[in-house]
Design a protein around this ligand. Structure first.
Ligand code: PLP
Length: 377
């Protein structure tokens, strides 16, 4: 493995013809992540986030563990990219006229991204969400001007599921669109056209990258980034899926059965019960999957804060745990990138509360010297 990783580093980066087409084609929607010039409005500030070497984890493993700092997007999460693409997809297809309404079912971050984009573009926004989401995210959406409608958390198969309610509401209005983040492949396209190429450029056109791993909610981030990196590297870069407790995808990838592994998770925005349209076309590009228990995730939330000064949410910490596992699996010297999806402020009343953590049986998993960061009772 060591030899393979070192050899890959020596090979001059080359792009296959199809990857060149992907990399050089004009982007479908607003310019995302331009370099040093003035960007046009908030939409121009989406993307182009730093790729941060996580120093302590890298030294500890003898690998390079890289985190894409998606909390630095203007709406504070990786979902700004999908939000921009689904809105501009609707505009381009004539589904949304000036003054129109965007309707989405979202557990939070897509809604926050959409709220910023809708303000910037002059659209109204209605958000349906399961009523299990953190109060911080609900409050923020309201402050950003969204009409927030928390509904009982029921499975996708139930007609009262928040996604179905969002679709029905959009259908009842004129000049309105249900952006349908789970199955609208403009979401995945955002990552084919922005996240993938950015990581590629940030790793010397892939020469300094051996693997990419992340979790899935809609699957847009993993699928789109995987599609770009696999194509650009002629299949050399390995792709892994990181899956939280309660999701079916780990079992599906490793054993071919749709079956939950573990019960629920403290992570928000990730975990799936089905293959979405965003994930399905790229499912076979995923080489392996790793299941990460919440006890590992919570430890990493506090390690990243203590060691790197990174204040991130649980899905991000879980991704980093997975990146460390992947790097160990690929061997010493390997370079693995993942996504730091959002910041912890959105979850602080939970992740930083002693009683909440104790209630989940997780407080004891935080190393004693890191418990000083658990600042809320
Ligand atoms: C915090 C967080 N992490 C990760 C994801 C997953 O991203 P994707 O929907 O692209 O799979 C989401 C999605 O909403 C999220 O909110």
């Amino acid at each position: 493995m060591l030899v393979a990783a070192a050899a890959a580093r020596l090979v001059a980066p080359s792009l296959s013809r199809s990857a060149l087409r992907l990399a050089s084609s004009a982007r479908t929607y607003s310019r995302v992540g331009t370099d040093s010039t003035v960007v046009h409005g908030l939409v121009g500030a989406v993307g182009n986030t730093p790729l941060i070497r996580l120093n302590t984890l890298s030294s500890e493993t003898g690998c390079e563990i890289l985190g894409k700092a998606e909390w630095m997007n203007p709406g504070g999460s990786v979902k700004d990219r999908a939000a921009l693409y689904v809105v501009e997809h609707a505009e381009k297809n004539g589904l949304l006229q000036p003054g129109g309404t965007v309707v989405e079912g979202t557990a939070g971050n897509t809604g926050i991204g959409l709220a910023h984009i809708c303000r910037a573009k002059g659209y109204k926004l209605v958000i349906y969400m399961p009523n299990t989401q953190s109060q911080e995210k609900i409050d923020l959406l309201k402050m950003l001007g969204a009409d927030v409608r928390p509904v009982p958390a029921v499975p996708f198969t139930d007609p009262k599921n928040y996604n179905h309610q969002a679709r029905e509401h959009a259908e009842s209005l004129t000049n309105a669109v249900w952006t349908n983040q789970f199955d609208n492949i403009a979401n995945r396209l955002a990552h084919i056209e922005t996240t993938g190429p950015e990581i590629w450029r940030q790793t010397s056109n892939g020469a300094d990258l051996d693997g990419f791993v992340c979790s899935t909610g809609t699957g847009g981030t993993l699928a789109g980034t995987a599609r770009f990196l696999k194509t650009a590297s002629n299949n050399r870069i390995k792709i892994w899926l990181a899956d939280p407790p309660g999701s079916v995808l780990y079992a599906y990838k490793t054993r071919g059965v749709i079956e939950r592994t573990g019960d629920g998770s403290i992570t928000e925005g990730i975990g799936q019960g089905r293959l979405t349209d965003n994930l399905a076309p790229d499912w076979d590009l995923i080489d392996d999957a790793v299941h990460i228990p919440d006890s590992e995730t919570i430890k990493m939330v506090f390690r990243l804060l203590d060691e790197e000064g990174i204040f991130c949410g649980a899905s991000s910490a879980m991704n980093v745990v997975a990146a460390v596992e992947m790097a160990k699996g690929l061997g010493k010297g390997s370079r693995v990138a993942t996504v730091i999806c959002d910041g912890a402020a959105r979850y602080q009343s939970r992740l930083f509360s002693k009683s909440w953590l104790e209630g989940k049986g997780l407080y004891e998993h935080i190393p004693a010297d890191l418990r000083k960061y658990v600042g809320l009772p």
